[in-house]
Design a protein around this ligand. Structure first.
Ligand SMILES: C[S@@+](CC[C@H](N)C(=O)[O-])C[C@H]1O[C@@H](n2cnc3c(N)ncnc32)[C@H](O)[C@@H]1O
Length: 224
Protein backbone atom coordinates (compact mmCIF):
# COMPACT_ATOMS: atom_id res chain seq x y z
CA UNK A 1 0.00 0.00 0.00
CA UNK A 2 1.29 3.49 -0.89
CA UNK A 3 1.96 5.52 2.29
CA UNK A 4 0.82 9.13 2.44
CA UNK A 5 3.81 11.48 2.38
CA UNK A 6 4.24 14.73 4.26
CA UNK A 7 3.62 17.71 2.00
CA UNK A 8 6.35 20.36 1.88
CA UNK A 9 4.22 22.64 4.01
CA UNK A 10 3.59 19.93 6.59
CA UNK A 11 7.30 19.14 6.75
CA UNK A 12 8.08 22.87 7.17
CA UNK A 13 5.50 23.14 9.95
CA UNK A 14 7.09 20.29 11.89
CA UNK A 15 10.69 21.32 11.22
CA UNK A 16 9.91 24.90 12.29
CA UNK A 17 8.34 23.85 15.58
CA UNK A 18 11.17 21.37 16.25
CA UNK A 19 13.75 24.14 15.71
CA UNK A 20 11.81 26.79 17.65
CA UNK A 21 10.68 24.75 20.62
CA UNK A 22 13.45 22.19 20.86
CA UNK A 23 16.49 23.87 19.28
CA UNK A 24 17.04 20.94 16.91
CA UNK A 25 17.58 21.62 13.18
CA UNK A 26 15.56 19.39 10.86
CA UNK A 27 16.88 19.99 7.32
CA UNK A 28 15.09 18.69 4.20
CA UNK A 29 17.53 15.74 4.05
CA UNK A 30 15.82 14.37 7.18
CA UNK A 31 12.36 14.47 5.68
CA UNK A 32 12.05 10.73 5.04
CA UNK A 33 13.32 9.93 8.53
CA UNK A 34 10.89 12.36 10.15
CA UNK A 35 8.04 11.08 8.04
CA UNK A 36 8.56 7.44 9.00
CA UNK A 37 8.85 8.31 12.69
CA UNK A 38 5.70 10.45 12.50
CA UNK A 39 3.91 7.57 10.82
CA UNK A 40 4.87 5.29 13.70
CA UNK A 41 3.52 7.85 16.18
CA UNK A 42 0.34 8.30 14.10
CA UNK A 43 -0.30 4.57 14.29
CA UNK A 44 0.27 4.53 18.05
CA UNK A 45 -2.50 7.12 18.27
CA UNK A 46 -4.78 5.12 15.96
CA UNK A 47 -4.55 7.75 13.23
CA UNK A 48 -4.64 6.79 9.60
CA UNK A 49 -1.57 8.65 8.35
CA UNK A 50 0.79 11.59 8.85
CA UNK A 51 -1.76 14.03 7.39
CA UNK A 52 -4.17 13.13 10.17
CA UNK A 53 -1.34 13.54 12.70
CA UNK A 54 -0.46 16.97 11.28
CA UNK A 55 -4.11 18.01 11.46
CA UNK A 56 -4.39 16.83 15.06
CA UNK A 57 -1.08 18.43 16.10
CA UNK A 58 -1.67 21.87 14.60
CA UNK A 59 -5.39 22.32 15.19
CA UNK A 60 -5.43 22.24 19.00
CA UNK A 61 -2.78 24.06 21.12
CA UNK A 62 -3.51 21.79 24.11
CA UNK A 63 -2.97 18.64 22.08
CA UNK A 64 0.17 20.22 20.65
CA UNK A 65 1.55 20.92 24.11
CA UNK A 66 0.89 17.34 25.20
CA UNK A 67 2.28 15.91 21.99
CA UNK A 68 5.44 18.01 22.02
CA UNK A 69 7.32 15.54 24.20
CA UNK A 70 6.61 12.77 21.69
CA UNK A 71 7.69 14.98 18.82
CA UNK A 72 10.93 15.70 20.67
CA UNK A 73 11.53 12.02 21.32
CA UNK A 74 11.06 11.13 17.70
CA UNK A 75 13.05 14.11 16.37
CA UNK A 76 16.26 13.06 18.15
CA UNK A 77 18.73 10.39 17.12
CA UNK A 78 20.14 8.66 20.14
CA UNK A 79 23.00 6.55 18.86
CA UNK A 80 25.53 5.95 21.59
CA UNK A 81 27.69 3.25 23.10
CA UNK A 82 30.02 2.53 25.98
CA UNK A 83 33.51 3.78 25.10
CA UNK A 84 32.24 5.23 21.84
CA UNK A 85 35.16 7.24 20.39
CA UNK A 86 37.71 5.63 22.75
CA UNK A 87 40.37 8.25 21.89
CA UNK A 88 38.31 10.85 23.70
CA UNK A 89 38.44 8.93 26.97
CA UNK A 90 42.15 8.30 26.48
CA UNK A 91 42.63 12.04 25.98
CA UNK A 92 40.60 12.75 29.11
CA UNK A 93 42.63 10.39 31.28
CA UNK A 94 46.06 11.10 29.83
CA UNK A 95 45.93 14.81 29.07
CA UNK A 96 42.83 16.78 30.10
CA UNK A 97 42.60 15.47 33.65
CA UNK A 98 46.33 15.76 34.52
CA UNK A 99 46.38 19.32 33.09
CA UNK A 100 43.31 20.24 35.13
CA UNK A 101 44.77 18.68 38.29
CA UNK A 102 47.97 20.69 37.88
CA UNK A 103 45.90 23.89 37.69
CA UNK A 104 43.15 23.11 40.23
CA UNK A 105 44.49 20.66 42.79
CA UNK A 106 41.59 21.11 45.22
CA UNK A 107 38.39 21.62 43.30
CA UNK A 108 36.03 19.00 41.93
CA UNK A 109 36.45 18.01 38.28
CA UNK A 110 33.11 18.78 36.64
CA UNK A 111 31.95 17.07 33.47
CA UNK A 112 28.79 17.93 31.56
CA UNK A 113 27.59 15.23 29.24
CA UNK A 114 25.15 17.47 27.37
CA UNK A 115 23.32 14.98 25.13
CA UNK A 116 23.79 11.81 27.15
CA UNK A 117 21.17 9.70 25.30
CA UNK A 118 20.73 6.37 27.12
CA UNK A 119 23.59 7.03 29.54
CA UNK A 120 26.50 5.02 28.14
CA UNK A 121 28.76 8.04 27.71
CA UNK A 122 28.11 9.30 31.24
CA UNK A 123 28.73 5.87 32.77
CA UNK A 124 31.87 5.45 30.68
CA UNK A 125 33.08 8.79 32.00
CA UNK A 126 32.34 7.68 35.55
CA UNK A 127 34.33 4.45 35.13
CA UNK A 128 37.27 6.26 33.54
CA UNK A 129 37.30 8.91 36.27
CA UNK A 130 36.94 6.37 39.08
CA UNK A 131 39.95 4.54 37.69
CA UNK A 132 41.87 7.81 37.70
CA UNK A 133 40.87 8.37 41.32
CA UNK A 134 42.91 5.30 42.20
CA UNK A 135 46.03 7.15 41.05
CA UNK A 136 45.42 10.16 43.25
CA UNK A 137 42.51 11.51 45.18
CA UNK A 138 40.21 14.08 43.58
CA UNK A 139 36.47 14.63 43.48
CA UNK A 140 34.39 14.84 40.36
CA UNK A 141 30.81 15.39 39.29
CA UNK A 142 29.14 14.37 36.07
CA UNK A 143 26.06 16.21 34.88
CA UNK A 144 24.28 14.19 32.21
CA UNK A 145 21.39 15.83 30.34
CA UNK A 146 19.26 15.19 27.32
CA UNK A 147 16.18 16.72 25.72
CA UNK A 148 14.57 13.33 25.23
CA UNK A 149 12.61 11.86 28.13
CA UNK A 150 12.49 8.45 26.49
CA UNK A 151 16.27 8.03 26.52
CA UNK A 152 16.64 9.49 30.00
CA UNK A 153 14.37 6.80 31.40
CA UNK A 154 16.76 4.22 30.06
CA UNK A 155 19.78 6.17 31.29
CA UNK A 156 18.31 6.27 34.78
CA UNK A 157 17.55 2.56 34.76
CA UNK A 158 21.30 2.00 34.09
CA UNK A 159 20.49 -1.50 32.83
CA UNK A 160 21.79 -2.81 29.51
CA UNK A 161 22.04 -6.00 27.49
CA UNK A 162 25.22 -7.84 28.37
CA UNK A 163 26.22 -7.83 24.72
CA UNK A 164 25.79 -4.06 24.57
CA UNK A 165 28.30 -3.69 27.42
CA UNK A 166 31.00 -5.60 25.52
CA UNK A 167 33.03 -2.46 24.57
CA UNK A 168 33.74 -2.01 28.31
CA UNK A 169 37.13 -3.61 29.09
CA UNK A 170 36.77 -6.79 31.12
CA UNK A 171 38.59 -5.40 34.18
CA UNK A 172 36.12 -2.50 34.34
CA UNK A 173 33.13 -4.76 33.70
CA UNK A 174 34.13 -6.85 36.70
CA UNK A 175 34.39 -3.79 38.92
CA UNK A 176 31.52 -1.60 37.83
CA UNK A 177 28.80 -3.86 36.44
CA UNK A 178 26.39 -6.18 38.22
CA UNK A 179 25.10 -9.20 36.32
CA UNK A 180 21.52 -10.34 36.70
CA UNK A 181 21.13 -13.28 39.11
CA UNK A 182 19.66 -15.37 36.35
CA UNK A 183 22.38 -15.41 33.63
CA UNK A 184 19.82 -16.34 30.95
CA UNK A 185 18.31 -12.83 31.33
CA UNK A 186 21.54 -11.43 29.87
CA UNK A 187 21.34 -8.02 31.55
CA UNK A 188 23.94 -5.96 33.38
CA UNK A 189 23.42 -2.98 35.65
CA UNK A 190 25.87 -0.23 36.51
CA UNK A 191 26.81 -0.94 40.11
CA UNK A 192 25.85 1.70 42.67
CA UNK A 193 28.39 2.05 45.49
CA UNK A 194 28.16 3.56 48.95
CA UNK A 195 30.29 6.50 50.15
CA UNK A 196 29.46 8.80 47.28
CA UNK A 197 32.19 10.98 45.92
CA UNK A 198 30.23 12.18 42.97
CA UNK A 199 26.69 12.58 41.79
CA UNK A 200 25.48 11.91 38.32
CA UNK A 201 22.45 14.08 37.67
CA UNK A 202 20.27 13.26 34.72
CA UNK A 203 17.83 16.01 33.87
CA UNK A 204 15.68 17.23 31.07
CA UNK A 205 17.41 20.30 29.74
CA UNK A 206 15.66 23.08 27.93
CA UNK A 207 17.93 24.25 25.12
CA UNK A 208 15.98 27.48 24.63
CA UNK A 209 16.28 28.85 28.11
CA UNK A 210 19.50 27.23 29.27
CA UNK A 211 17.54 26.56 32.47
CA UNK A 212 16.45 23.21 33.71
CA UNK A 213 12.85 22.67 32.72
CA UNK A 214 10.33 22.80 35.60
CA UNK A 215 9.44 19.18 35.02
CA UNK A 216 13.05 18.12 35.19
CA UNK A 217 13.75 14.66 36.52
CA UNK A 218 16.82 14.30 38.61
CA UNK A 219 18.71 11.19 39.39
CA UNK A 220 21.59 10.98 41.78
CA UNK A 221 23.74 8.00 41.19
CA UNK A 222 26.34 7.63 43.86
CA UNK A 223 29.52 5.74 43.40
CA UNK A 224 32.65 5.51 45.47
C1 LIG B 1 23.76 10.86 18.81
S1 LIG B 1 23.35 10.98 20.53
C2 LIG B 1 24.99 11.03 21.23
C3 LIG B 1 25.05 10.48 22.65
C4 LIG B 1 26.40 10.59 23.33
N1 LIG B 1 26.76 11.98 23.57
C5 LIG B 1 27.48 9.90 22.54
O1 LIG B 1 28.28 10.59 21.88
O2 LIG B 1 27.58 8.68 22.60
C6 LIG B 1 22.86 12.71 20.68
C7 LIG B 1 21.93 12.99 21.86
O3 LIG B 1 21.85 14.40 22.03
C8 LIG B 1 20.51 14.74 22.39
N2 LIG B 1 20.28 16.15 22.06
C9 LIG B 1 20.11 16.70 20.84
N3 LIG B 1 19.95 18.04 20.96
C10 LIG B 1 20.02 18.32 22.28
C11 LIG B 1 19.94 19.53 23.03
N4 LIG B 1 19.73 20.70 22.44
N5 LIG B 1 20.10 19.46 24.38
C12 LIG B 1 20.30 18.25 25.00
N6 LIG B 1 20.38 17.08 24.33
C13 LIG B 1 20.25 17.12 23.00
C14 LIG B 1 19.64 13.75 21.62
O4 LIG B 1 18.38 13.57 22.23
C15 LIG B 1 20.52 12.49 21.65
O5 LIG B 1 20.14 11.63 22.71
Amino acid sequence: MQQAELTSKQFDDFSTIIADRLGIKMPATKRTMLQSRLLRRSRELGLEDVHAYHERFFSDPEVQQEELEHLLNLATTNKTDFFREPDHFEFLAQQALPAWRARSPGGPFRVWCAGCATGEEAYTLSMVLMEQQLRGSFDFTILATDVSTRVLEKAMAATYDEEHASPIPLTLRKKYLLRSRDPSVGLVKIAPRSAPTYALVISIFSPKTTEFAPNSMSFFFAMS
